[in-house]
Design a protein around this ligand. Structure first.
Ligand SMILES: [Zn+2]
Length: 137
């Protein structure tokens, strides 16, 4: 896997479908897609617990055209159909705060997957308002 040299963006995702655990997403990415490791760097489960995906020193596989300079975080759930758990959002905000500081990022570079150009997706779901997320900083 290639090294992730410079983190410029953080891409927020949801897991969509009924893939509801780190184990199942990992299995999908490795055994079905044939990737070397899970595509996301971090996941946040429904209890608000952070789970580690791909080591953040490596380039992930989560946002077409922007993997080389972005960190991928995936909230478990389908937020086109349901609202995220409060704890998930609390953890996400804490996580983003830490990463912004660590990588000297501008809050405008925290984007939902759908906000990247060329991404014809709803990810991370209509119940996650990215403007609201950015307003928290
Ligand atoms: Zn996504």
């Amino acid at each position: 896997m290639q090294l992730l040299k410079k983190i410029k963006f953080i891409a927020v995702h949801h897991s969509q479908r009924k893939i509801d655990s780190l184990k199942r997403i990992k299995d999908l990415h490795i055994n079905k897609y044939g990737w070397e490791d899970i595509g996301y760097h971090y996941l946040i489960d429904k209890k608000g617990k952070i789970q580690k995906g791909r080591n953040e020193k490596f380039i992930g596989a989560h946002v077409f055209g922007h993997n080389k300079n972005s960190l991928g975080i995936c909230l478990i759930g389908n937020f086109d159909e349901e609202k995220p758990a409060k704890k998930q959002i609390q953890t996400l905000l804490k996580f983003l705060k830490n990463k912004i500081k660590k990588h000297h990022l501008n809050k405008k570079n925290i984007l939902g997957h759908r906000e990247f150009s060329g991404a014809a997706k709803t990810c991370p779901g209509k119940f996650i308002d990215m403007n609201k997320v950015r307003e928290m900083f």
